[in-house]
Design a protein around this ligand. Structure first.
Ligand SMILES: [Zn+2]
Ligand SMILES: [Zn+2]
Length: 201
């Protein structure tokens, strides 16, 4: 079970006291919490939460029969590897969340709440993982690397003669994005199709 807040809040910045709230269904509590998630290696393929960076939540807890609704905003910094120039990319996540925490959650999917304590950390953790960018850019207009000499064209103008072929940029993106991003690749393999000699006898 994830996040059933059954222990004391000491040293756990995301644990909120909800005893009074839970005894009055329909009542609300405004909360703002911030801290470092206990998962210190929070990352997806090309981005991550910087080590030691605080993740915050601000929003409203509302008491319901059998649970507590959590709605508000999760904020976190992120860092990553730019998919075009491989330099550091960074930014901030600003994620709207709305989740129901219940007394007896689904052990895999549900969020739990105790009679006295609610641990918001599982909600923060999951929302950040889902929003970390898979193919980040350092800048929307990142110019990427020179395909001939490898110079970072955001920082230097190299002397390579041929102007950049935009198809190279698309290839660089494909290589660094991997198969998750569905870019059109159909044109490059057309010549393999329809070989007349292919049939075995
Ligand atoms: Zn870049
Ligand atoms: Zn160059």
């Amino acid at each position: 079970m994830r996040g059933a807040g059954s222990g004391p809040a000491r040293g756990r910045p995301f644990v909120v006291a909800v005893g009074a709230l839970r005894r009055r269904p329909g009542s609300r509590l405004e909360v703002a919490v911030e801290g470092v998630l206990s998962d210190h290696d929070l990352r997806v393929t090309n981005s991550w939460v910087p080590d030691g960076a605080a993740v915050g939540f601000s929003g409203t807890l509302e008491s319901a029969i059998g649970g507590v609704t959590v709605s508000g905003t999760v904020r976190s910094q992120w860092e990553g590897t730019c998919r075009r120039c491989l330099d550091t990319a960074k930014g901030e996540l600003d994620i709207r969340v709305r989740e129901l925490c219940v007394d007896d959650p689904d052990p895999e999917l549900g969020y739990g709440v105790g009679s006295e304590w609610l641990d918001l950390e599982p909600i923060l953790h999951d929302s950040v993982i889902l929003e970390l960018p898979l193919a980040p850019l350092c800048l929307e207009a990142c110019r990427g690397l020179c395909p001939q000499c490898g110079a970072n064209r955001n920082r230097e103008a190299c002397s390579c003669e041929v102007p950049a072929d935009p198809r190279w940029a698309a290839l660089v993106d494909l290589v660094s994005e991997g198969p998750q991003v569905g870019q059109a690749t159909g044109t490059s393999k057309g010549s393999d199709d329809g070989r007349p000699e292919e049939e075995d006898v």
